[in-house]
Design a protein around this ligand. Structure first.
Ligand SMILES: Cc1ncc(COP(=O)(O)O)c(C=O)c1O
Length: 400
């Protein structure tokens, strides 16, 4: 058998990824999994997708089944321009918008377009694992910025910038952040945009969960506050379905033009079929019809998990209170190690994602991420009870 390992690029050893592979592979039978930030299949609008798909194949095959322009089909981009205006109060120019093959592709395109090896990228600490992997694969120098209960600490970034840090961009998830579930308040949003504008730093705003507020309310996006200095990466994975692999980026025209050029080196264009599905679904009011039920579903899951954690977690364990999205972030008492506890948790029939992979360095040993999107309330109750038992068993007599 030939051995090709010597041919693999240096970046294959840099990007990590075992944890993401574990998440995507799912959990063994009998294990209640709170790992993946996957949307609940109950929210998939199957009947409407069925009808639209049939119609597209019948009446629109020449467009929907064909290659599309790199930046996306004109009608789809026009629809997305209208959608930005309706949801975010600002209408991007066509040159300020690109259709992507999902949020993750946007991050990959940004890496291609902006990152040379050794360039700095600033991130919230902790942050989305997929983004960290992409930055590592691009050989970026990832600079973690402190967060607190309200997300990114703007003064901490200001200090780094005053010390001379010049990141190619700051990557931030303002709503129901992955992994912490936290939301950046309005005052911080304004301060962040102002700070980055002053220093000429591009903000990459990932709005993956934005439309999934439990109460439907939302704060102004960073992009709407600073379209000159913010690039927004959006996805339809959580509000439509991930199988469509579709998203958008809205931002300064010169950056969007580079993303379009970079896309020629990836998949050349997002799938036309998915683009037309999203457009038809959106223009027919699908999001307005279905999102309220999705929000209610996730809110009911969180309310079940939150109550179950209160009942079953030992004293000294804390967790965040998300106002939307899929995730909560747990901190165990000092000295406990979420990675080391995982085998015992799996043995007890519960799975979570340990915190360290969400960090740029080695921090986060005592933290873990729980997703409540997938399991229903009775399973969440049982999962919390199992997890509480595992944590309680690991506490020293002094901690218990
Ligand atoms: C914060 C964040 N950004 C982006 C993505 C990826 O989105 P997509 O499925 O569109 O690639 C995810 C998926 O979990 C996410 O949590």
């Amino acid at each position: 058998m030939p051995d090709f390992s010597a041919s693999f690029a240096r970046r294959t050893r840099l990007r990590g990824g075992d944890e993401l592979t574990t998440i995507l592979a799912g959990s063994p039978p009998g294990v209640l999994s709170m790992t993946g930030g996957f949307p609940n299949p109950e929210t998939f609008p199957t009947d409407e997708v069925d009808a639209i798909a049939a119609r597209l194949v019948r009446d629109d095959a020449a467009v929907a089944l064909q290659y599309t322009p790199c930046a996306g089909l004109a009608s789809v981009r026009e629809y997305l321009v209208e959608r930005q205006a309706a949801l975010q109060g600002r209408r991007p120019e066509l040159a300020e918008l690109i259709v992507t093959s999902g949020g993750m592709e946007c991050i990959a395109l940004l890496c291609q377009a902006l990152i040379d090896p050794g360039d700095a990228v600033a991130v919230e600490e902790p942050t989305y694992l997929g983004a960290l992997m992409a930055f590592a694969g691009a050989e970026a120098r990832v600079v973690p910025v402190d967060t607190d209960a309200d997300g990114l600490v703007v003064e901490a970034l200001a200090e780094r910038l005053a010390d001379g840090l010049r990141p190619k961009f700051l990557y931030v998830i303002p709503e129901y952040q992955n992994p912490t579930g936290r939301t950046l308040p309005l005052a911080r949003r304004r301060a962040l945009v102002e700070l980055c504008r002053r220093h000429g730093v591009l903000i990459v705003e990932d709005v993956a969960y934005r439309e999934l507020a439990f109460d439907g309310a939302s704060l102004p996006t960073l992009w709407s506050l600073g379209p000159d200095t913010v690039l927004q990466a959006g996805t339809f994975s959580k509000t439509f379905f991930p199988g469509v692999r579709l998203g958008w980026a809205a931002g300064p025209a010169e950056v969007i033009a580079e993303l379009v050029a970079a896309k020629q080196n990836t998949d050349q264009c997002a799938g036309g079929f998915g683009q037309r599905l999203v457009e038809e679904y959106g223009r027919a009011g699908g999001f307005e019809r279905h999102l309220p039920a999705a929000r209610q579903l996730y809110a009911s899951h969180w309310s079940a998990l939150s109550a179950a954690l209160e009942r079953h977690m030992p004293a000294g364990v804390t967790w965040t209170e998300p106002a939307g999205g899929f995730l909560t972030w747990m901190t165990l008492p000092d000295g406990l190690d979420a990675l080391a506890l995982r085998p015992a948790a799996l043995e007890a029939g519960v799975a979570y994602v340990p915190g360290p992979p969400f960090h740029a360095g080695d921090a986060g040993a005592a933290t873990l991420r729980l997703s409540f999107s997938h399991l229903g309330p009775p399973d969440l109750e049982c999962a919390a009870e199992r997890l509480g038992g595992v944590v309680a068993a690991a506490l020293t007599p002094a901690q218990a």
